[in-house]
Every structure is written in structure tokens, then in C-alpha cells.
Design a protein around this ligand. Structure first.
Ligand SMILES: [Zn+2]
Ligand SMILES: [Zn+2]
Ligand SMILES: [Zn+2]
Length: 164
């Protein structure tokens, strides 16, 4: 049985005061830029920040519904897609057919190790080297972007044996 990765009783009030004290920019302006804002979108951005690993839209929905039971899944889907478009969230592959998202603030190029048991994410160095780029060029391609996600089970999930 896999526990749904809701935000583990994260206190929204605490999250919000942490954000307002450490960042001059509000989470919604970082999340949506000039895009549409609303109190629900603000709550969704705060919910995304409260996860310390990868999450699905459904998990984010359960999380924000703890604070506003009226938020619908379409609203969360649109907000997540706006946040991905604005670079606030990153798509990091999928789990059981559901896309996984992550709030990663490290600007240096890297990839992610994603635990399929609990959503814990670790950084991984880029496995592509010059050879891979040369191979593409030899076939007439100019590489503009690439995606690498590495899946596995974190040490804690391995210890607890709740592999799936
Ligand atoms: Zn990262
Ligand atoms: Zn894990
Ligand atoms: Zn890379």
C-alpha cells in the first residue's frame, strides 16, 4: 500500500511566513509571472512549494484541498501547466502514467533521480557528453534540448520494503 504523498501535514501558515520573510518576490509572481492570478492560484503555488520532492497533480490537488475544499482539478491542472510554462515547476517524468512535477531552484544544468515509492528527488549529473552531441551533428541534427530522468527507490523506501 502506497501512502498518497500529500504534503504531510505541512502547515500553510508556516510555509507562507517562511516565504514572505526570505523572499522579496511573492510565490505567485515567481510561479505565474504576468499570468492570471487568483487566491486559488496563490494557494496552489504555495502547495507546490510545500512538497520537498516530486508530486503528481492529484497529490497537489489533495494538498491544496486541505485549505480550500472547493478547488477543482481543472484549476490545478491549468495552474501547474502555467507554472511549468513559467519555469517555476519542472516536469520530471511520470509514475504509473501520472506526470510528476518538481520545484527545483538549482539553475545549474542537472537531471533528477526520482524515487517511485515516495517521490523523493536527488540531483544527478548530466550523462550526455560531447560524443553524444557529435553523434547527433554527424546525422545533421542540432541538439536544442534533452530530457533524462532516472527512476529508482530511495534508501528509506528500500529499508521499509514498500517497493512498488
Ligand atoms: Zn533539480
Ligand atoms: Zn522513496
Ligand atoms: Zn543534461
Amino acid at each position: 500500500m502506497h501512502a498518497l504523498r500529500v504534503c504531510r501535514g505541512v502547515c500553510f501558515v508556516k510555509t507562507m511566513s517562511h516565504l514572505s520573510s526570505s523572499r522579496p518576490e511573492s510565490p505567485e509572481s515567481a510561479a505565474y509571472g504576468r499570468g492570471r492570478r487568483s487566491p486559488q492560484r496563490s494557494l496552489i503555488a504555495q502547495g507546490a512549494v510545500a512538497f520537498d520532492g516530486a508530486f503528481t497533480v492529484d497529490e497537489l490537488l489533495s494538498c491544496v484541498r486541505e485549505s480550500d475544499a472547493k478547488i477543482g482539478s481543472a484549476t490545478v491542472y491549468r495552474a501547474v501547466s502555467a507554472m511549468v510554462g513559467h519555469g517555476f515547476l519542472e516536469a520530471v517524468g511520470e509514475r504509473d502514467g501520472h506526470a510528476l512535477y518538481l520545484r527545483c531552484t538549482d539553475d545549474e544544468h542537472h537531471h533528477h533521480l526520482v524515487c517511485t515509492g515516495c517521490g523523493t528527488v536527488a540531483h544527478a549529473p548530466c550523462p550526455l557528453d560531447d560524443h553524444a552531441i557529435e553523434q547527433a551533428a554527424a546525422q545533421g541534427f542540432v541538439v536544442t534540448r534533452h530530457e533524462v530522468n532516472i527512476y529508482g527507490l530511495c534508501a528509506q523506501c528500500l529499508r521499509h520494503g514498500d517497493a512498488r
